[in-house]
Design a binder for this molecule. Structure first.
Ligand code: TEU
Length: 544
């Protein structure tokens, strides 16, 4: 494998539980990923990020790890993993593992033994005689009382996900050895789950105004720990490392992914994915704020360029499908999916493509609560009912915001269950699989799939996509996101109409005779400097 230039690479995120099961199981398997590697390689991506496949009771679909050294039997065996690694390597695909070390499952031996105050594993966790008023991100208190320990333990997520005590050097050493184990097997990247939450304010104060996140987000020693992890695991190895940074800041991300590479190669931040959270409230159905979307993403482009590196993405296994969220999943589904792809892939950073995004998969629009599986969604429903909210209002919010929107089975073809498995899947397939599936997409040269394939290829071909300085144009335009990327020798201009009303844009003088690198309509309606942008039309202009 050549040392991949991670700044020109594209990463494909696989949610194995919903990807493919050739064995005819209700959940996807590692063999299912291996059998689809030719398809993934044909897209032109470089890295495959696998969400967790370690042994887990699956309370949070694998983000509750009970053994970091074992593959969960539902996904297969360690041999299946080794086969996947070997087959991916043959196709020049690098595998990136999801590392979940802010917390582990309460089924992990560390916790089972650590509940006993005399155990050497007791201090692998965070115990208090009295809980603070911190709230879990999945609803309810962030502390639960353990009968054996006779104390409360911290869990920022589900109560079956006990936070690990990173103050403990023995815990940190165990984590680094585990990561070295996967690195030495040939894994070529790590996605670090909520890694900016691992350092807590050791005075554990109550939060007078909020849910406690201010006392553990981008905490006091988080950079020390990441620098130590970098020295112990990453340095001297060709690894793609990306941190998932929950509720973080630009300043911290500039340090987390600084070009000096003392910590990580790049970071995910989520500020752009809260522009449909009215007053910061996720669980209220609402349209997205377009001006905020382009302002936030532009601020991060300008804030990071030259100093640090963004992982750029629209969706993942926690977010609704982007074409349903920021595009149109009815009449203009294909045009808007392509527009969103061009808008994102024209930015500076490493693009992440979530399984199904490349064929324009949509939210499933489930109608009943019984269609949902996600612990966060189900906890939330109970919490809102207890608060007296009307069921249909909660369901409207869940239909728009639930993480299950991204977790329905990958749509391969028009056979039963969309070709995902011969068994009834663990979660329903979206009904539109008969129109939206890989088989149809690969066969149609004008599909969303081939649009993504071309964008990935452009990134390797045009240096301006990697190094061009970003500048937002017409920040107050209510429907067009227009931005430039420029280097000494090259100039790029991306125009995207985010709405179904036709609009116009006047090109800068320098771009009036530019070439078009990619478009999502058969032609470009340009008259001199005036460009007409039809519903969800997006054009990437280029000149040297
Ligand atoms: O998600 C962290 C994260 O972004 C949460 O803070 C987010 O608010 C949550 O997904 C609700 O929207 C990571 C994983 O991506 C997620 O799947 C896990 O459930 C979570 O950490 C706990 O491991």
């Amino acid at each position: 494998l050549t040392t991949t230039d991670w700044r020109k690479s594209a990463v494909y995120q696989i949610y194995p539980k919903s990807f493919y099961s050739p064995e005819g199981k209700a959940t996807g398997t590692l063999r299912g990923v291996t059998e689809k590697l030719d398809y993934l390689a044909s897209l032109g991506i470089d890295y495959l990020w696998l969400t967790p496949v370690y042994a887990s009771p699956q309370n949070d679909n694998g983000y509750d790890v009970s053994n970091y050294y074992a593959i969960d039997p539902s996904y297969g065996t360690m041999q299946d993993f080794d086969d996947l690694l070997a087959e991916a390597t043959k196709r020049d695909l690098a595998v990136m593992m999801d590392i979940v070390v802010n917390h582990c499952s309460t089924e992990h031996d560390w916790f089972k033994q650590g509940r006993n105050p005399d155990s050497p594993y007791h201090d692998y966790f965070i115990w208090q005689d009295e809980p603070t008023n911190w709230q879990s991100k999945f609803g309810g208190p962030a502390w639960s009382f353990d009968e054996v320990a006779g104390k409360y333990y911290l869990h920022l997520f589900d109560q079956t996900q006990a936070d690990l005590n990173w103050e403990n050097p023995r815990l940190r050493e165990d984590i680094y050895q585990m990561m070295q184990f996967w690195r030495d097997k040939g894994v070529r990247g790590f996605r670090l789950d909520v890694i900016n939450l691992i350092s807590k304010d050791q005075s554990f104060p109550n939060d007078p105004t909020g849910d406690g996140r201010t006392f553990y987000t981008d905490g006091p020693r988080v950079h020390d720990y990441l620098q130590e992890m970098n020295q112990r695991v990453f340095e001297g190895h060709d690894l793609m490392t990306v941190g998932e940074m929950s509720s973080t800041t630009l300043n911290h991300c500039r340090q987390y992914s600084h070009v000096s590479e003392e910590e990580l190669k790049m970071t995910f931040n989520f500020h752009h994915l809260k522009v449909d959270y009215p007053d910061g409230q996720k669980w209220t159905a609402a349209p997205f704020d377009f001006l905020e979307l382009k302002r936030i993403m532009s601020d991060w482009q300008v804030g990071m360029q030259g100093k640090a590196w963004n992982a750029i993405f629209w969706c993942n296994h926690d977010q609704p499908r982007v074409v349903s969220r920021f595009g149109d999943d009815t009449i203009y589904r294909v045009e808007s999916a392509k527009m969103l792809a061009t808008t994102l892939h024209g930015l500076q950073g490493t693009p992440y493509i979530y399984q199904g995004e490349e064929i324009g998969m949509t939210n499933p629009d489930f109608t009943n609560l019984t269609d949902y599986r996600d612990v966060e969604t189900l906890n939330l429903y109970e919490e809102k009912i207890a608060q007296g909210e009307a069921p249909e209002q909660i369901l409207a919010a869940i239909r728009q915001k639930s993480r299950d929107n991204a977790r329905t089975p990958m749509q391969w073809d028009t056979t039963l269950h969309a070709g995902f498995s011969e068994a009834t899947p663990w979660i329903d397939v979206a009904p539109n699989y008969t129109d939206i599936n890989v088989k149809a997409a690969v066969a149609n040269p004008d599909s969303v799939f081939h649009h993504y394939k071309k964008l990935i290829q452009l990134r390797k071909q045009y240096d301006v996509l990697t190094n061009g300085m970003y500048r937002l144009l017409t920040p107050d335009d209510l429907s067009i996101w227009a931005y430039e990327r420029t280097t000494e020798d090259e100039q790029l201009l991306v125009l995207s109409n985010f709405y179904s009303s036709e609009t116009t844009f006047t090109l800068p003088e320098t771009m009036s005779d530019a070439d078009v690198l990619i478009q999502n309509y058969p032609d470009v309606a340009q008259d001199g400097r005036n460009v007409t942008l039809r519903p969800y039309e997006s054009v990437m202009f280029y000149r040297t």
